[in-house]
Ligand binder design. Structure first.
Ligand code: 5RP
Length: 220
């Protein structure tokens, strides 16, 4: 199986976590796209979906899945999304697709975060993947200096504007020994909208696809 087939296997396994008659939170990226395509086959069983990006909203709408504005949704049982890296504690780096802020918001409303990944995303220590940080444009240089002071090398993502009209700094070379602490420290820099560490609230379930099947791991 190639990587895309593994992503699809993890995504299809996540359909078992979708509750009939309820709203499902939907992530962003190539793995989430497989989930959206799978969701289309059971769309008559669910109430609808909340999307974490314009791209996912468009794909869901293309399949005829009813979309809800998050402001009209009080709770949802599950949020399903991929990750760029995930560790044994189910803390993640997300935001490779630049949708980290909306992903964090939609996930916050859901009772459970189901992460869908191919096996390459599992790491012993987070930080090999550059950490995305969404910043207000006027704060770009200030935030970059503060991120450098934390030991990282921030690089502006070229030709990219988030769905919220902001910029992304991808921070290379961070030694992430305390993911939740670093998540908070970066959030406290003035001008940061959010960062791609999902550690204070990581995944609850990881569906990890490898050649021999999809393994289900729970947050320890
Ligand atoms: C988008 C994300 C994605 O979940 C992450 O980048 C993984 O993407 P893919 O499923 O394409 O490997 O956080 O902002």
């Amino acid at each position: 199986m190639n990587q895309d087939e593994l992503k699809r296997a993890a995504a299809i396994a996540a359909l078992d976590y979708v509750i009939d008659g309820e709203i499902v939170g939907v992530g962003t990226g190539s793995t989430a796209n497989h989930f959206i395509d799978g969701l289309a086959s059971i769309k008559d069983r669910i109430c609808g979906a909340v999307a974490s990006s314009e791209a996912s909203a468009q794909r869901l709408a293309g399949h005829g899945v009813r979309l809800f504005d998050l402001n009209d949704v009080e709770r949802m049982p599950v949020y399903v999304d991929g990750a760029d890296e995930i560790n044994a504690g189910l803390a993640m780096i997300k935001g490779g697709g630049g949708a980290l802020t909306r992903e964090k918001i939609v996930a916050a409303v859901a009772d459970r975060f189901v992460c869908i990944c191919d096996a390459s995303k599992r790491v012993a220590r987070l930080g090999g993947f550059p950490l995305p940080v969404e910043v207000i444009p006027m704060a770009r240089a200030h935030v970059a200096r503060r991120l450098a002071a934390l030991g990282g090398e921030p690089r502006l993502r070229q030709n990219f504007v988030t769905d919220n009209g902001n910029l992304i700094l991808d921070v290379h070379g961070l030694e992430i020994t305390d993911p939740a602490g670093l998540e908070s420290a970066i959030d406290h820099i003035a001008g940061v909208v959010s960062n791609g560490l999902f550690a204070r609230h990581g995944a609850d379930v990881l569906l990890l696809a490898a050649a021999d099947g999809v393994e289900r791991l729970l947050r320890p």
